[in-house]
Design a protein around this ligand. Structure first.
Ligand code: G3H
Ligand code: 13P
Ligand code: ZN
Length: 335
């Protein structure tokens, strides 16, 4: 049993309390490898923003759960050294399991040093969701690990579960769910979805620059949830914006992305000022990393040192995470 406290990590309680009060959201950024982790930490330290490092089931399979825990610990140590060198304040870092799909997976993450876990029972019946979420909460809270639950189903792919349509969260269910389970935060479905193809072009309108603008998020549902659960931390998954610049850079350098549409940043900015305290972003990082690597290889096809092509990818990620903290989430300077 490893406690996250020994690793220098924090749970999300204080982070969400401050985010709620300060009307901003904390970025929850997924990582699978060293360059992504370095970029997240560098960007969040330099913008002085709290951060949630997020590990999916896919990441655990790809990078190994034990290594990921030590990477989380390494991230804390690196942050401390860099903070001292740069004369900056240390930032709070949480290590979070993204989309845990069973009690066993959540328990194993609690036991191995994660400071926060998500139990995603959104694809189960309401009763089953309550049951498994409550079981995770009872275990995690013994070790002061915070728990995120989910009500409502996002369209697109959620880990191995995919849905071709959105099932919006029912505000009338949230009070009962939170009361019965004891979760610390709740992910809701208001029109976001996972991946880089969140909307079909025919669902969108065109702005004056010819950019496709998707339908707005269901802020009425978010307000309904806020009314039922005043001051309770809400989470938005599937919140990548899929920047047209990144998609263009990929396609200009041999890529073949089609119909890539994300959540406009102004919508996320608005959500971040509400009870939304955590915003999940993964796909935008994947896109910028791919864009930078494709461009590099297009320009220097004879290079084969991974450091050469991963460095511009890491730089692109640093810029993107800084931009999110400063201009989208409002978390910059909030430590
Ligand atoms: O919510 C899903 C995340 O984007 C993680 O995706 O399972 O491919 O790592 P992944
Ligand atoms: P995106 O695919 O929009 O980045 O969402 C990521 C996410 O919700 C991870 O849980
Ligand atoms: Zn998600």
């Amino acid at each position: 049993m490893f406690s996250y406290k020994q690793l220098g990590l924090v749970n999300t309680k204080e982070m969400f309390k401050n985010a709620m009060k300060g009307k901003y959201a904390v970025g929850a950024f997924n990582f699978n490898n060293m360059e992504q982790l370095q970029a997240i930490i560098t960007a969040c330290l330099e913008t002085q923003a709290p951060v949630i490092l997020q590990v999916s089931k896919g990441a655990r399979k790809y990078a190994d759960q034990t290594l990921l825990r030590y990477m989380g610990q390494g991230a804390v140590e690196m942050m401390k050294v860099h903070a001292k060198e740069k004369g900056l304040k240390e930032i709070p870092i949480a290590l979070h399991l993204d989309h845990g799909d069973s009690f066993e997976v959540c328990k194993s993450c609690v036991d191995s040093g994660f400071s926060s876990v998500m139990i995603d029972g959104s694809h189960l019946s309401y009763e089953e969701n309550v049951k498994v979420t409550k079981q995770v909460v009872e275990y995690a809270h013994k070790y002061d690990v915070t728990v995120e639950g989910e009500l409502g189903v996002l369209a697109g792919i959620e880990e191995h579960v995919s849905s071709d349509h959105t099932t919006y969260t029912k505000p009338e269910e949230v009070q009962d769910f939170v009361g019965k389970t004891g979760v610390d935060s709740l992910a809701i479905s208001i029109g976001t979805s996972h991946g880089a193809n969140k909307f079909k072009p025919e669902q969108c309108t065109k702005n004056k620059d010819g950019v496709l603008v998707p339908p707005p998020l269901r802020f009425d549902i978010l307000e309904g949830v806020e009314k039922m659960l005043p001051g309770f931390p809400i989470v938005l998954h599937g919140s990548s914006s899929v920047p047209v610049e990144a998609v263009k850079m990929i396609n200009d350098n041999g890529g073949k992305l089609k119909d890539s549409i994300g959540i406009p940043e102004d919508q996320l900015r608005k959500a971040a000022t509400s009870a939304v305290c955590k915003v999940n972003i993964d796909s935008d990082g994947r896109l910028w990393m791919t864009a930078a690597i494709r461009k590099y290889f297009n320009e220097k096809p004879a290079d084969f040192d991974p450091r050469k092509y991963l460095e511009p990818a890491r730089t692109a990620l640093i810029e993107m995470y800084k931009h999110k903290n400063v201009n989208v989430l409002g978390s910059a300077g909030k430590i």
